[in-house]
Write a protein that binds this ligand. Structure first.
Ligand code: SAM
Ligand code: SF4
Ligand code: SF4
Length: 341
């Protein structure tokens, strides 16, 4: 594991802080059944009010402090980050922080050619776009708002044309819904220059009715694709990389596997999450966060904010996925759309 000498102390389990995921909104224009099921996230859902959200100035101040403590990779997410008004302004502010790798994850619905160029021009370096099937009826049964595949594919093209490359495509596989979409997706993106990543369906939050038998393991995906398109494993780009990489032996690119359930990677987890409301979460599966918004709004010095973060990180002992099998029934967990995927 790479350790920045000026960084925060290691956490309780010896892990450095390197990545920050920032949720800029808890709202979304899709209702993916594994993330924001309609029955829970209806029109009467108590979304955060505007003044509850961290402002861009607050996010940028916190990110700058965290960058000083070792954070090198920042991902904007949500909810749907492109729903947040003038997100380019935040990107511009973050892009001024030296040596940060700045990326964003989106469902691609709002990724017009103009939007993609504006994101790039404001300093975004790369983008991940989520797409779970090439089949409209399968995709609709997952996004639950009849959102068409063609619009996401257009978003992917627009991102690539704007230079947000390589574009990564995230596909969550839910056995009874889109297992049959795995091969068509692999064929479509084979040789495209984009990196298709298969994400194991996770039990995050309390609302998606997760069942272990709906999870399709990365090993099964590799077998399925490898039977048709020959694959071999390749080295990670850096230690602690979340996705395991496999490349096509015909030279037509690579795929990624995010095996949070079948091969947990808590031992290398260097991620901190900032919710749209300004709480820091030390694990995707945490039941509660640490409020930093009130700290930021109470005119404390940067040194005091940093001291609070140091103490949060020093006490971090999360390794939920490693312990998943021993999960306590009924333990409350925070929704992915709130904490940021
Ligand atoms: N709305 C954006 C999007 O969908 O790309 C960004 C936020 S979303 C929460 C981030 C990523 O989390 C997406 O790629 C999504 O597919 C993934 N995700 C959401 N719920 C999940 C679950 N239960 N298991 C695995 N991945 C999930
Ligand atoms: Fe929205 Fe992304 Fe969650 Fe789907 S996965 S509901 S697009 S936040
Ligand atoms: Fe990190 Fe928590 Fe996921 Fe483990 S379960 S990899 S500690 S976010």
């Amino acid at each position: 594991m790479m350790i920045n000498e000026n960084a925060l102390p290691l956490d309780y389990l010896g892990r450095p802080l390197q990545d920050l995921r920032i949720s800029v909104t808890d709202r979304c224009n899709l209702r993916c059944v594994y993330c924001m099921p309609k029955e829970v996230f209806g029109s009467d859902y108590p979304y955060l009010a505007r003044d509850e959200l961290l402002t861009y100035e607050e996010i940028s101040r916190l990110t700058r402090l965290l960058a000083g403590m070792g954070v090198r990779k920042v991902r904007l997410t949500g909810g749907e980050p492109l729903l947040r008004h003038d997100i380019e302004r935040l990107i511009e502010m973050l892009a001024r922080i030296p040596d940060l790798d700045l990326t964003l994850t989106t469902n691609g619905a709002l990724l017009t050619p103009e939007k993609a160029r504006a994101l790039r021009d404001s300093g975004l370096q790369r983008i991940t776009i989520s797409l779970d099937s090439l089949d409209d009826s399968v995709f609709a049964s997952l996004n639950d708002v009849e959102f068409p595949v063609g619009r996401v594919l257009a978003g992917i093209d627009n991102a690539a044309a704007a230079g947000l490359t390589p574009v990564k495509i995230n596909m969550v596989v839910v056995r009874s819904v889109n297992l049959d979409s795995v091969l068509p997706m692999a064929r479509y993106f084979h040789g495209s220059g984009h990196i298709l990543r298969f994400v194991e369906y996770m039990d995050v939050g309390d609302s998606n009715g997760w069942k272990l038998d709906e999870v399709v393991s990365s090993a099964e995906i590799i077998q399925l694709i490898g039977d048709e398109l020959s694959l071999e494993p390749i080295e990670p780009n850096y230690l602690g990389e979340v996705a395991r990489r496999w490349c096509y032996t015909d030279g037509a690119g690579e795929i990624g596997l995010i095996s949070s359930v079948s091969q947990p990677f808590c031992g290398d987890c260097t991620r901190l999450r900032l919710s749209a409301r300004g709480e820091l979460f030390t694990c995707l599966f945490a039941s509660s966060g640490h409020d930093v918004r009130s700290l930021l709004r109470s005119h404390v010095s940067n040194e005091d904010v940093s001291a609070t973060i140091r103490s949060i990180w020093a006490q971090r002992d999360d390794r939920y996925s490693d312990l998943r099998s021993a999960r306590t029934v009924g333990r409350p967990s925070v929704e992915m759309s709130y904490i940021g995927g």
